[in-house]
Design a protein. Sequence first.
Length: 534
Amino acid sequence: MSGGTTIGQVLVEAAERWPDRIAVSFPDGARTYAELADAARRTARGLHGLGVRPGEHVGVLMPNGPELVDAIFGVALAGGVLCPLNARYRATELAHVVSRAEHVVLLTSDAIVDHVDYVPILHEALPGLAKTGTSSRAPALRDVVLLGERQAPGTRSGAELDALAASVTDEDVARATRDVVADDPGLVLTTSGTTAHPKGCVLTHDAIVRGSRAVAERERVTGDDVCWDPLPLFHTSGLQPLLYVLDRGGRFLCLTHFTADAGLEQIRAEAPTMIKSTFPPVTLALVDHPAFGSIDTSRIRLVQLVAPLDTLRRVQRAFPHAAIQGAYGLSEAGGYVAVNDLDEGDETRLTTEGRPFPGIEIRAVDADSGATCAPSEPGELLVRGFTLFRGYHGDPERTAEALDADGWLHTGDRGLVDAEGRVAFLGRIKEMIRVGGENVGPAEIEGLLSTHPAVHLVQAVGVPDERLEEVPAVFVQLKPGAAASEEELIAWCSGRIASFKVPRHVRFVDEWPMSATKIQRFRLREQLVAELGA
């Protein structure tokens, strides 16, 4: 490889510097840098043996675990474009994403975590897979590999991938990937839109690696740091810290499935210096746990959390030795683009998300005129700089809507930039529902409920929730003469979409608040917020 630092090179270079240090630790075991690099190379050789060549897309659908870390770096070392998939997807969501993603190989796992078995989900999402190993729904897909001990119809086994790896040398892979450079696409992150199904953000190796290094610089990460991050590695909140912790020679702690019990036990055993819980559901589950008071938090120097001010203050009291750090970012920008400086006072860190990194510009503009707002005047946040995505995969129309001619990403987020350049995130102009750190597009919920035989029209909104930040709620107009209960419609959604997208509240209406031509969602939300006292 040449032309800068790629995702794969981050691990290779780290393993050369610190081969015997622990790189990644899960509750059931740990790997040194050398062991992780060897496993990633084996994955790369197996993918090469399957015919994966530079620039081809490789899907990865599995829970957090050593195999997922191997895949992240193995796909990069093979020259492929890593396409991590949300491990909570059900068949409908998976079918939509895979049908458009142009995966040539899909790596998955036989692990059943949180009662999720990927084999039947894949068989439902990809008709024909079980019989032929292929599906007309994903014409580019040549192979599905099931890592682990089980075998399943239509898939290759992990043993087959290992056998292919043994027939390929590291030199074979190096020859195939010698022209891969940092400016090439290396990652497609899937993100949900406000009016449609998930979209794939195409990001270069350079955007991801340089962006992660910018965070590490701001956070002063060193080889002495131990970073606890229980978040999924298909999400930037897990993937970005993994990269920069390994790049600095530190130790990355992760869980396959988060529970407060497991998290506190790992924190007790591993004594982290950084807590990357990021979202209130995870952080508050720790702080509110009866065993939290017995945990020694004196080594923890940083806790990252994006939350309302009162929650931030509460967590600051729970971690008196740590800096509570905010951050602002999005998938289209490869992760975080602004992070608090640790030298800033508590009040500044709790009320802003910090300054953008060098090479990143953020401004707030008036939503109607497009004029730049005065300091501390709210507007839509626009972002420009080296971390931005190349566009949505296979979707030039939506790419053009998001990126203007001057290279500014129109985020749809409401915020401000103060006189010192610090960003404060104030909410979403878009209609996105944010559930425990996951983005949920209203149209996805609406599209599913509209298939219920009693439903005439449905609108989804987000309402505040103390634990999850927001939860989905729906307003439903039934067909004339039809009947349905709140419980029935919630049950209709359960099992058909990921659990975090299932509505928590259903309200029935006979007429809608309208503008000249459109239903006014904000009025629906205001109505339900007032009713719930949220």
